[in-house]
Design a protein around this ligand. Structure first.
Ligand SMILES: [Zn+2]
Length: 256
């Protein structure tokens, strides 16, 4: 069985003490590679360094939490990342009205600009959103064009939201450890309604470890735990879940 962790933060300082071992466990678990996701400019720089050192992929992004510190010219700041051979996506970017760590109008501007950068660079987007569905979708409706690609990472919506993402924008849903939590029945219903063709597996490590690791530091190897959980949920062999979600990831991120 072979898997990809499509959303990880392996460059995070949570892995500074044992990154070699964590990446070793990842590969032993059959997780061949991962996308290590940038959350601001300095963080993105670290992501690209770690992606080079560990033969991973990286994305360049400014998270809504960090939007308040975004440069005036995001496009110019992203220029070196766009030229890097490890880049597979723009993000994570989006709206987070739960924490509201950045003013909402600033979050919206920074999101719009990253969508425009992805559009011009023909790269997919990795979206983060929380408690902002209406504004998020209305921005997509003005900025989205045919042929654009993306994933709503750490999907925590319901079936109706999943349907909007998939039917209207052709987005994928990133499924991580939260799907295993007791309270996640709406997410499980949405996963069943959506079906395997639009799902990606991810960890979002070091956060949100799946049961039975909940509360521990999450790591890329645990994407195998979520794969098994989704297989049981969809009543599919885990090998099929692995091969089909890998196919989805390769289509979305254009990786070999
Ligand atoms: Zn993340």
């Amino acid at each position: 069985m072979s898997l990809i962790d499509t959303h990880a933060h392996i460059h995070d300082k949570a892995f500074d003490a044992d990154r070699d071992a964590a990446v070793g466990r990842m590969r032993s678990a059959g997780v061949e590679t991962a996308i290590t996701v940038g959350c601001d400019l300095a963080d993105t720089q670290r992501a690209f360094t770690i992606a080079r050192d560990y033969d991973l992929y990286a994305s360049a992004g400014i998270h809504p939490h960090e939007a308040k510190d975004a440069p005036a010219d995001i496009r110019a700041a992203f220029e070196p990342f766009l030229k890097n051979e490890r880049i597979v996506a723009i993000g994570e970017t989006g709206l987070d009205y739960y924490y509201d760590n950045s003013p909402r109008d600033v979050q919206q501007r920074v999101l719009r600009e990253q969508i425009a950068i992805a559009r011009d660079a023909n790269l997919p987007l990795i979206f983060h959103h929380r408690d902002a569905f209406e504004d998020f979708v209305s921005i997509l409706r003005t900025e989205w064009r045919d042929g654009m690609r993306g994933v709503v990472h750490c999907f925590t919506g319901d079936t109706a939201q999943a349907k909007t993402y998939v039917d209207e924008f052709g987005l994928y849903l990133g499924i991580g450890g939260i799907v295993t939590f007791k309270t996640a029945q709406p997410i499980r219903d949405a996963v069943i309604a959506t079906g395997i063709d639009r799902l990606l597996l991810e960890t979002d490590c070091p956060y949100l470890a799946p049961i039975p690791h909940r509360g521990e530091r999450n790591e890329p190897a645990y994407v195998a735990v979520t794969a098994q959980y989704v297989a049981d949920l969809l009543k599919l062999p885990v090998d099929d879940v692995a091969s089909l979600t890998i196919k989805n990831a390769k289509t979305l991120f254009k990786i070999k």
